[in-house]
Design a protein around this ligand. Structure first.
Ligand SMILES: [Zn+2]
Ligand SMILES: [Zn+2]
Length: 235
């Protein structure tokens, strides 16, 4: 599957430790392949499906407010290990490599060739960003923007207040935490279709809140590009 994306390069694979001559970013072809989930995912919410279908029953009955979600897979090793490197250990080059994998997943699913006009990322409160020194979603979106050749609009949204960590909370708790957290920033008024870039989507509450805000400001279609999609119980 990845052969068409492989570049001729000489390196030592970051996962298996073997030398390779054709690989993707820091991985040999077969290790890069192992970072993609083989399960079939619902095209709208991104959760794994039990049987081949376009959407899950839940999305058919009560669809979320966004259109499509593309992910590499579930939040599990070895992918989770690279996300932790990016998020907590300041290993910035990982963003470019993970964005390259995500770009492949997006190109595979983008059958109708309806591309978003802009990418945006999930903003971080300035105080948290200042403490950490960077926003990992911002780094991911910057790299993805270069690879997909779609402009990145880093000022589209602003996070007004710090929210307690969302880990271990259910969807309702998360939604009430998030109410009024984001405000609309700067986005050209003619933009109708955007994709939100994030590392891990769990309950989808943040994406629902952001999509709602984007709809209020004239954006018609919202897609989600994330590294991992996982259900709340697994985080
Ligand atoms: Zn390898
Ligand atoms: Zn679904």
């Amino acid at each position: 599957m990845l052969k068409s994306f492989a570049r001729h390069q000489i390196g030592i694979c970051d996962l298996c430790g073997l030398p390779y001559t054709h690989g993707i970013a820091r991985w040999c072809l077969s290790c890069a392949e192992s970072l993609f989930d083989t399960a079939i995912h619902c095209s709208q919410c991104g959760l794994p499906l039990g049987e081949p279908a376009q959407q899950c029953g839940e999305c058919l009955n009560t669809p979320p407010n966004w259109q499509h979600l593309v992910c590499l897979g579930d939040y599990q090793a070895p992918l989770s290990h690279y996300i932790a490197q990016l998020k907590y250990q300041g290993q910035f080059p990982v963003a470019k490599d993970l964005a390259q994998l995500l770009m492949m997943a997006i190109k595979r699913t983008q059958v109708d060739e309806v591309w978003p006009e802009a990418l945006i990322s999930v903003p971080m409160h300035w105080r948290r960003r200042w403490r950490r020194g960077y926003n990992h979603s911002d780094l991911l979106a910057q790299s993805l923007s270069k690879q997909l050749v779609i402009p990145y609009m880093p000022k589209a949204l602003v996070k007004n207040r710090m929210t307690p960590t969302q880990q271990g909370q259910n969807r309702l708790q998360r939604q009430s935490n998030l109410r009024g957290t984001f405000t609309f920033g700067t986005l050209p008024s003619n933009i109708r279709h955007v994709a939100i870039v994030d590392d891990v989507v769990t309950t989808g509450s943040t994406i629902l809140e952001i999509t709602h805000l984007l709809h209020e400001h004239g954006v018609k279609l919202v897609d989600v590009y994330c590294l991992c999609r996982t259900s709340a119980g697994q985080m």
